[in-house]
Design a protein around this ligand. Structure first.
Ligand SMILES: Cc1cc2nc3c(=O)[nH]c(=O)nc-3n(C[C@H](O)[C@H](O)[C@H](O)COP(=O)(O)OP(=O)(O)OC[C@H]3O[C@@H](n4cnc5c(N)ncnc54)[C@H](O)[C@@H]3O)c2cc1C
Length: 441
């Protein structure tokens, strides 16, 4: 139970929330982080899934060494896909060892506190019944609230239409025809899981052909590096490297260019290791755009159009929209409406400053909601370290600026006699000194 005002409260304990809390604490701030570690990955993703990101690009951000995915799993080299369970285990290790103060609860409401000032700017209602107070809040709630289903499918009732995020097990579809809309990793992997569960999946993809990521080369030659560009968390190529490793650069781009980048970088494509599993059991229809859908005698009738010819109607038992996630401020219902209205938005996402702060002082956003401001890497775990460092540095600077000046007291040697071990600015056991610098790695 906390009865004081925290410097900062982080909402969500996924890769972005945990990384941000780690850096914040490293600055000596009084941090609270609310959420169940790695909940989305453990509870909302199919257990048989593998990560699409390479091991070197699947690390949470920590202010010291020894905490990357490959530090914890030294045998895991580029080209070896990470099973979901291994990644969840890594994330939970990170939470347990680096952010052990994570509180397993949910944030239900965030409001501006009456008066603000030194008493804290925000009041945060928790599922435990407590109302916490904090001077700053970091929203790191991930992607779940932003599942996108195309309007064209809205004619279907809930029992015939789901999002790919709604499924961990596929046994209930055994023997059924299921249309999977989309052409990205989620669509392709969902179709494979359906086929393996005895369903008859058909992929309806807008693209003219399916795209597949290249098999990564663990140690490319100098010539290969020169021709194809360096490897980065988002893939190979010079420009990709810039957006991936230096996301701040995207802020200098005109907004339209940055949004184009967001749409086109890491566009829909399957992981190289999934290709062989998309076999004859998965019926792939490319070049088909969904234009309408309706219920027909208890089944789903989906109309698609191609570049030529007349529209087709596909009758299936169920439709799964594997159509991704789009940030939308209006869907962040834990923000009180008065507060949400004060957040300046563009493309439905919060407009963020160079340190991820929104137009409301002390309110920060990390992860997918930051992608329209910082580019495509914010959609992936790989962006967590950058976001976490930036946010922590800013919150710490603000906290320092707001702190009352410390009185200088001349301490005589005789005053400290007998108090060895208790005098001075010593953090709690296992905590970093409040004045420890951020390791600029
Ligand atoms: C099927 C699938 C596969 C993916 N594969 C990859 C991959 O291989 N590599 C990659 O880099 N990215 C992948 N992604 C993207 C991935 O979701 C993000 O990279 C990553 O989860 C971002 O971390 P996060 O902390 O922003 O979000 P999350 O991991 O979603 O964490 C946010 C957390 O906040 C919690 N939360 C939400 N609301 C509240 C609340 N009110 N109170 C308390 N807690 C709350 C959630 O429960 C969740 O645990 C994949 C996504 C999907 C859907």
């Amino acid at each position: 139970m906390h009865d004081s005002t925290a410097d900062v409260l982080v909402v969500g304990a996924g890769p972005y929330g945990l990384s941000t809390a780690a850096y914040l604490r490293h600055h000596g701030l009084d941090v609270r982080i609310i959420g169940t570690p790695m909940e989305f990955w453990a509870d909302r993703m199919p257990p048989g899934m593998h990560l699409k990101s390479e091991p070197f690009a699947s690390s949470l951000g920590a202010p010291h060494g020894g905490a990357t995915f490959t530090d914890r799993n030294p045998g895991w080299r580029t080209g070896r896909p990470i099973p979901l369970s291994t990644f969840v285990e890594y994330g939970r290790w990170f939470a347990g060892h680096i952010v052990p103060y994570t509180e397993e609860a949910r944030v239900e409401r965030i409001e501006r506190a009456e008066g603000g000032g030194a008493g804290g700017r925000y009041e945060v209602a928790l599922s435990t019944g407590e109302t916490a107070r904090a001077r700053a809040v970091v929203i790191a709630i991930g992607v779940a609230a932003f599942a996108r289903v195309p309007d064209e499918l809205s004619g279907l009732p809930a029992e015939l239409l789901t999002h790919s995020m709604d499924h961990r097990e596929f046994g209930r579809f055994e023997g059924q025809e299921v249309a999977v809309v989309g052409a990205g990793q989620s669509a392709l992997e969902t179709a494979v899981f359906l086929a393996e569960a005895g369903a008859r999946p058909q992929i309806l993809a807008r693209t003219e052909r399916l795209a597949w990521n290249d098999v990564p080369v663990p140690a490319p030659s100098a010539l290969d590096r020169m021709l194809r560009g360096p490897a980065s968390g988002l893939g190979r190529g010079y420009r990709t490297w810039v957006w991936s490793e230096h996301p701040w650069t995207t802020r200098f781009l005109p907004d339209a260019t940055r949004q184009h980048l967001l749409r086109t970088t890491m566009g829909p494509a399957g992981a190289w290791w999934l290709r062989d599993r998309v076999d004859h059991r998965v019926h792939v229809m490319t070049g088909r755009t969904v234009t309408a859908a309706r219920e027909s005698g208890g089944r789903a009738a989906v109309t698609t159009a191609g570049a030529v010819g007349s529209p087709w109607e596909h009758e299936v038992d169920h439709v799964i929209a594997a159509t991704g996630f789009v940030p939308d401020l209006a869907r962040i219902d834990i923000l009180a409406p008065e507060l949400r209205e004060r957040v300046k938005a563009r493309h439905r996402a919060p407009v963020l400053g160079s340190h991820f702060q929104s137009s409301v002082p002390g309110l920060y956003f990390a992860g997918l909601t930051a992608a329209p401001s910082f580019g495509p890497v914010m959609r992936f775990v790989h962006g967590a370290d950058f976001a976490a460092r930036r946010i922590a540095a800013h919150v710490a600077a603000n906290a320092k600026a707001a702190a009352p000046p410390v009185e200088t007291v001349t301490v005589l040697e005789s005053d400290t006699a007998g108090t060895a071990g208790t005098a001075g600015n010593v953090g709690h056991a296992g905590q970093t000194s409040p004045h420890a610098p951020v390791n600029p790695r």
